[in-house]
Design a protein around this ligand. Structure first.
Ligand code: NAD
Ligand code: ZN
Length: 367
């Protein structure tokens, strides 16, 4: 188990204590010590199974009064209505400013619960217990919380860093293989944007990662977490560095739309990273071999990164154009400066057709 301290803001802001590894959940009692009330919010599908059981056991050991709430993990339920229901339930339970919230689940649960904690009585502390690879490598790190509106995803929210993140691999045991595997594309992304040796290590350790070897997971996930934490930390002083976290996502989101959300987020981002890397080569930002290195890492991890040639090109371009990063017909894409390095203003403006062309080149790549 490794420990990482994320200082989210310059000055006397509280730090986030990040514990990563099999058994990290054992730190839960320490994180809620002294609180008169713990408000535990879990993914409904996990609350009654082994994950809920493990969390309840640690809270019982902490000897703190605990109220447990179960919520639904769907993009539809990632809503203000869900947040409002939590506020009411917490009020009903008599929660004051000294209560501590514990969120147990994937990115949907940590986004909703974190936002409820950010806004309840103008903000109470929370602890994130991510139960997906996306949650560990991305969603639970950095303090971004929020909900969807009917007009779009993640349109309302707050920055409210959790007091602690407990990333315990034992909680991933029930995660279906496809979700587990596809989530690693966010780890590949971390390597491409800020840690080139991580990209090579992911390829080298892919078999062990797919076998869910806890040591291989720990060695790689801690570095993806460190990348996200560092980008978020520096962004608070600079403003646009954070855009690099969208690498692979401009094309990825458009592919998700164009395929009617039949592609998993991880698969779409894998395809998006290869295509955006092809574009980056033409702009002189990445070396010739970068698209191949990214495709090789994704392939080794079992993530299908190649998009079918049947993709509806008109729908893809239309989806690119509604992307919120768009400015006057041009598309903003965040690219590294070289493999494993990026600047404080990573975005460039390109023509949608440049991305169509890059996607074509990517789909013809050998590996
Ligand atoms: N705040 C951020 O910085 C940030 C970053 C990335 C993604 N996100 C958000 O995260 C969400 C996606 O994250 P996600 O994929 O973790 O979503 P999720 O919470 O929907 O989990 C995916 C699915 O896996 C199930 N599940 C979760 N843990 C499980 C486990 N251990 N065993 C079995 N099933 C399990 C869930 O019930 C759900 O059906 C999106 O809403 C996205 O916007 C936020
Ligand atoms: Zn993503």
């Amino acid at each position: 188990v490794q420990h990482h301290l994320l200082k989210p803001e310059p000055g006397p802001a509280p730090e986030t204590s990040i514990v990563v590894g099999a058994g990290a959940l054992d730190a839960l009692p320490i994180t809620v010590q002294g609180a008169p009330l713990v408000l535990a919010v879990a993914d409904r599908s996990l609350a009654r199974g082994p994950v809920g059981e493990a969390v309840r056991a640690r809270l019982a050991a902490a000897e703190v009064r605990t109220e447990l709430f179960a919520i639904e993990a769907s993009e539809q339920a990632k809503s203000l209505a869900a947040v409002s229901a939590l506020w009411d339930a917490w009020l009903e339970a008599g929660a004051g400013r000294d209560a501590v919230v514990v969120a147990v689940g994937g990115g949907i649960i940590t986004d909703v619960t974190g936002f409820a904690a950010a806004s309840y009585l103008r903000g109470i502390p929370w602890v994130a217990i991510p139960t997906t690879v996306i949650g560990i490598a991305d969603a639970a790190i950095g303090g971004k919380t929020g909900v969807n509106l009917s007009r779009g995803k993640n349109l309302v929210g707050a920055i409210h860093p959790p007091r602690a993140v407990l990333a315990d691999f034992d909680l991933l045991a029930s995660l279906p293989d496809e979700d587990y595997r596809d989530g690693w594309s966010e780890v590949v992304k971390a390597g491409v944007i800020a840690d080139a040796p991580l990209l090579a290590d992911l390829t080298a350790r892919a078999q062990r990662i797919l076998a869910r070897d806890p040591v291989a997971m720990e060695e790689t996930l801690i570095r993806a977490i460190a990348v996200k934490a560092a980008v978020v930390e520096k962004d608070l002083l600079e403003g646009s560095r954070r855009e690099i976290l969208n690498f692979g996502h401009t094309v990825g989101h458009a592919l998700e739309h164009a395929t009617g959300n039949t592609l998993s987020h991880g698969r779409a981002v894998a395809a998006g990273m290869v295509a955006e890397a092809v574009l980056a080569v033409t702009l002189g930002r990445l070396g010739q071999d970068a698209p191949e290195l990214i495709a090789t890492a994704c392939g080794a991890l079992g993530i299908p990164w190649r998009v079918e040639s049947t993709i509806d090109e008109a729908a893809f371009v239309a989806a690119l154009s509604v992307d919120k990063k768009r400015r006057a017909g041009r598309i903003r894409v965040a690219l590294p400066d070289s493999l494993g390095a990026h600047s404080s203003s990573p975005s460039v403006e390109v023509d949608p057709q440049d991305l169509v062309a890059a996607l074509h080149v990517a789909s013809r790549m050998a590996s």
